[in-house]
Design a protein around this ligand. Structure first.
Ligand code: ZN
Length: 244
């Protein structure tokens, strides 16, 4: 993996705008991990994909994740900081290729969902429809009393058991951050999704950068590529000269 230049990150932002979060994740990784074929990146499990995205986030914006949330007990607004290293610690580096589950009369062999599986989901479809779609893609074979059963015919509780097993086998796919409210001492876990977190940051960064390009291009007559080629420090120094 390599760090992305300002011009490349701006390009990713522009291309990603029209796409779903799962597709944005693939666009980002395809550029940063250009030594790995994109077909291979698309087959990474969600946890493995997210480990790569966390590493890229660290290279791009640093090792600290800062966010705000509302305490569910007392409605106090609080800021929290998490180290990427702490999130990564939940990662399971030895992922099994296939998993087995025996639940009541059912024996199911399945694999973990990949970034490509998520990219094929319809953002407009219901959660249930997308859940069934994922199950159909990830179940390799299911049997009940010796006869083969289609993934869509599995009872809901077997589907839920498969989802639980997937989460356990690929813990980084479903990161929960433990929070504590300084006001009322309430503690609770909050889900953390690196794809949407990183995208919100890239979106804010891109808007800020375009404003900077506009200011510098207007003041000095430079082209966009010339402004983007400046280091952030040099860009800032010129901005301060024109905006005293
Ligand atoms: Zn509270």
């Amino acid at each position: 993996m390599r760090a992305l230049s300002a011009a490349e990150l701006l390009d990713v932002w522009e291309r990603g705008l029209a796409h779903s979060p799962a597709q944005r994740a693939l666009i980002l990784l395809a550029l940063a991990c250009d030594e790995t074929p994109v077909e291979q990146l698309a087959q990474f499990s969600i946890g493995r994909r997210d480990a790569q995205l966390l590493a890229l986030r660290e290279q791009t914006f640093g090792p600290q994740l800062a966010s705000t949330t509302i305490c569910p007990a007392c409605a106090e607004q609080l800021e929290f900081n998490v180290d990427i290293a702490d999130v990564r610690a939940t990662s399971n580096t030895e992922l099994e290729a296939t998993l087995d589950l025996t639940h009541s009369d059912y024996d199911v062999e399945f694999r973990l969902p990949t970034g490509l599986d998520l990219a094929t989901l319809d953002p407009g479809a219901s959660v249930e429809t997308n859940r069934q779609h994922l199950l159909r893609r990830c179940v390799i074979i299911a049997r009940s009393a010796g006869s083969e059963v289609a993934a869509e015919e599995l009872p809901a509780e077997v589907g839920a058991a498969i989802a639980q097993r997937m989460a356990k086998a690929d813990p980084l796919a479903d990161v929960q951050i433990a929070l504590a409210c300084p006001q009322c001492q309430h503690t609770w876990p909050t889900p953390f999704d690196i794809v949407s977190f990183f995208w919100i940051e890239i979106h804010a960064w891109a808007n800020r950068l375009l404003r900077e390009v506009h200011s510098l291009a207007s003041a000095y007559g430079w082209r966009e590529a010339e402004v983007l080629a400046l280091s952030p420090w040099r860009r800032q120094a010129y901005l301060e000269l024109i905006e005293p």
